[in-house]
Ligand binder design. Structure first.
Ligand code: SF4
Ligand code: SF4
Length: 313
């Protein structure tokens, strides 16, 4: 890419790159995570991706309790808190005081503290995503996830166009909460859309997630009218999404829209709990446990009753 083109292309804010991913589309994939999300799902698996801006990230399991970070911080944003009950000694962060200067990250001998989130150009993103392309073979490729990809759709579209130009298969994981223009543009460069429909009732969607789902459903229908390859997914969260009426309604709706619908139910994954600890944020669904095999089977039976043509397990 010539320097002039690079200058005029949008930059993006990212927070992670997952290499050799196996759940973000077909085959082995490289997945780039974009920052910022308009939704607030209480069970969010990537809380570090919610805000658009970078944030300070601390991993207590890596920390050696040397306090090097505390001593270099020019803003006094860090302190060492003593062990308390079951909680071991750890670094306490005051995000409002932090200027994101990165000095703590440089000083840390254990890579336990870092500024997570950085702005990158399109060409750098394409290079990161294609570094492992030798392993993609026929079915793998690159995926953009988040956060919500549609919030940075111009950057995303340029990155995926760059990957496609080099022959890579492209996918997006999205809630579809974004402007129709974003969906329209991304359809031109995206081979597969992995979309979430979490709650069918618009009012319940608004109460739990913070906004109703009309835009999401309209964007889904736009994808279908454009003959996009779409996989619909619902995370099964007891007390929020995992109830018969919700799953039946989503199944009935997608079958009415797409006679060839593909639908995947995702069991609740509690592994993200440690991320909330790292951010010193309360984990809103702390009491919830994954569904048993019998409970999953119960929901699959609903999909069969509603004649979902392709149930992805
Ligand atoms: S990024 Fe800078 S201001 Fe923020 S905690 Fe680290 S050293 Fe302090
Ligand atoms: S510098 Fe790193 S290892 Fe040392 S206390 Fe801070 S976060 Fe922990």
């Amino acid at each position: 890419m010539n320097p002039e083109t690079e200058r005029t292309q949008p930059a993006g804010m990212i927070f992670d790159l997952k290499r050799f991913a196996v759940h973000d589309g077909g085959g082995l994939r490289s997945t780039l995570f974009l920052k910022g999300c308009p939704l607030r799902c209480p069970w969010c698996q990537n809380p570090e991706g919610l805000e658009k801006e970078p944030l300070l990230w601390y991993d207590p399991s890596q920390c050696m309790r040397c306090a090097a970070c505390v001593s270099v911080c020019p803003q006094n944003a860090l302190s060492m808190t003593p062990a308390n009950g079951n909680s071991p000694e750890r670094i306490h962060m005051v995000p409002s005081a932090c200027s994101l200067c990165g000095k703590c990250e440089e000083a840390c001998p254990a890579a336990a503290i870092e500024v997570r989130g950085r702005r990158i150009g399109v060409q750098e993103a394409v290079s990161m995503l294609l570094r492992d392309r030798i392993f993609f073979r026929d079915s793998g490729g690159v995926t953009l996830s988040g956060g919500e990809v549609l919030l940075q759709w111009e950057f995303a579209a340029a990155v995926l166009a760059g990957c496609k130009a080099q022959g890579a298969d492209t996918a997006i994981e999205t809630s579809l909460m974004g402007p129709p223009r974003a969906v329209e543009e991304l359809m031109k460069v995206t081979d597969h859309f992995l979309i979430d429909i979490k709650i069918f009732d618009p009012e319940k969607h608004r109460q739990i997630i913070g906004t109703d789902n009309r835009r999401i459903l309209a964007n889904y229908e736009m994808l279908l009218h454009g003959n996009a390859d779409v996989l619909v997914r619902t995370p099964l969260i007891p007390g929020y999404t995992a109830d018969d009426e919700n799953i039946r309604s989503i199944a009935r709706y997608i079958v009415s829209q797409d006679p060839d619908a593909r639908y995947e139910l995702l069991n609740y994954n509690p592994l993200c709990r440690s991320k909330y600890e790292a951010l010193e944020r309360p984990y809103p669904v702390d009491e919830i446990r994954p569904l048993s095999a019998e409970e999953m089977e119960h929901f699959y039976e609903i999909l069969r009753e509603e004649h979902v043509p392709h149930i992805i397990t």
